[in-house]
Design a protein around this ligand. Sequence first.
Ligand SMILES: NC(=O)C1=CN([C@@H]2O[C@H](COP(=O)(O)OP(=O)(O)OC[C@H]3O[C@@H](n4cnc5c(N)ncnc54)[C@H](OP(=O)(O)O)[C@@H]3O)[C@@H](O)[C@H]2O)[C@@H](O)CC1
Ligand SMILES: [K+]
Length: 503
Amino acid sequence: MYIVTAEEMYEIDRYAIKKGGIEGKILMDNAGSQVAQRIVQTYDTNRKMAIVAGGGNNGGDGFVIARYLAEYGYEVTVFQLVADHKIKGDAAFHKQCWLNTSDKLTHVTDSHQLKQRLVDFDVVIDAILGIGVSGAIREPIRSMIDVINHLPIEKISVDIPSGLPANDGIHVDQVIQANKTYIIEAPKETAFCEDTSIYYGEWETVKIGIPQTAYVKHSSKKRWCKKYVRATFPKRDKYAHKGSNGRGLVIGGQLTMPGAIVLAARAALRSGAGLITVATVKENIPIVSSSCIEATYHLLPNLTNRLTDRDLEAFEKIDAIAVGMGIGREDSQLLSDLIEKLDKPLLIDADGLYHAKPLLEPLLQHKAPVVITPHYGEMAMLTDKTVPEVKRSPFSISRQFAEKHQLYVVLKGKYTVITAPDGEQIVSDQGNAGLAKGGTGDVLSGILLTMVMQHKELLSALANGCYLHGKSADYLVEEDHTERDLLATDVIEGLSQVFRTLS
Ligand SMILES: NC(=O)C1=CN([C@@H]2O[C@H](COP(=O)(O)OP(=O)(O)OC[C@H]3O[C@@H](n4cnc5c(N)ncnc54)[C@H](OP(=O)(O)O)[C@@H]3O)[C@@H](O)[C@H]2O)[C@@H](O)CC1
Ligand SMILES: [K+]
């Protein structure tokens, strides 16, 4: 499933009209009829339907929905919230079609009037503003949205909750709090931002006949799902040996944080890595090795000194490195040595990200791919922004950072945004609140390390890793666990079940 910005959706729309030869009026008719069909499946015909229509094409969709719902036998009234001259083009055409068969059109000019009119209805269908909204919401629409939000009736939004733009990066102003949103064709960025997804209520997409090629040409974002995982997941070679499934190195684990590397190493092994070496301080090895006997170990005197020739020689055989889990924030030469002296794919997580910040210039010169896996706080630190700013603009901030520093960014959250150096993005929204616990990030790093070693294409590798991590948590919560008791170690054990669904 593609995810779009408003500009991309307009391009896609134009493509469908110009190249596909489908008239705008027909697309609008398809949109309205599809939404009406969904409504019929949910509400009895005895529910009284109010449609609130604004001046753009979103309002046009509202007139089409009115006509189809009336055909299905509902009592429907359209409340037009703007002056007649505001309704133009395809929207005016469909308004006329509605008026050809019904006289149920009421002009409403202020919010008090709207409140009085809507009290008799069971459901309000919000076709006030779509993706064409811009700037602060103007009166009287502003107060009308407020009135609708305070009415104890069902609210169904068409395409997007009115007042919310499609693109990330906005301060929420005045927005319809929908119970349900029927999104036309493709979800917009704000459906995957933590601050704004809530306004959509439950949502589903309705298809209106736009050809798939339009998306391939004009969209740069996808929501990852099982279909894509199956299409991109590497098959395990029958004749594989441990060397051909990837030799990974996990570096980290201060004395006070041995658990982080245990989790990462075990997750990497459970994800199918051929060999995992853990490089950590001597004192940790008995603890770590007793929990992860399948790994091999490399002693480091500490996690701050430069790497010795012996270390570099040992790491030469490695296919990819994950560094940072439990490494601490003390000054360290380790990361700069990994960048300068080894040409290996490098995944940097947790405290490693603090070490990476002053090394962004050398990282740009690194000859192999670099992946960073920050949560919002770490991303804020890396970009000198605040956490609310990162939350508001996960897509744009990740894209700018990935393009500028030519690295892969896995911005972790309820909606994990994965960005390639060329700006292509994937959203992984598997997983649940059970993952909001210490250690789950280390598990993800381990999974991603293995994915990086086994896939040919890195963006899919990272998306597949996020999928495995989230799905494991989902299966565990559906069956043996709850969000409350789920632990990072459970997520590692749950991976087997996810793999079984992929074969
Ligand atoms: N994608 C597709 O393929 C298809 C898309 N379709 C549908 O088209 C929708 C997009 O339509 P669109 O471009 O006409 O814009 P839309 O959202 O209706 O808004 C324009 C109106 O908003 C108003 N307005 C703006 N800002 C405002 C503010 N701050 N405060 C107050 N008012 C404000 C603005 O007023 P004005 O500035 O002109 O005074 C104007 O009246 C899309 O979401 C989908 O539903 C379908 O029909 C089928 C095909
Ligand atoms: K709307």
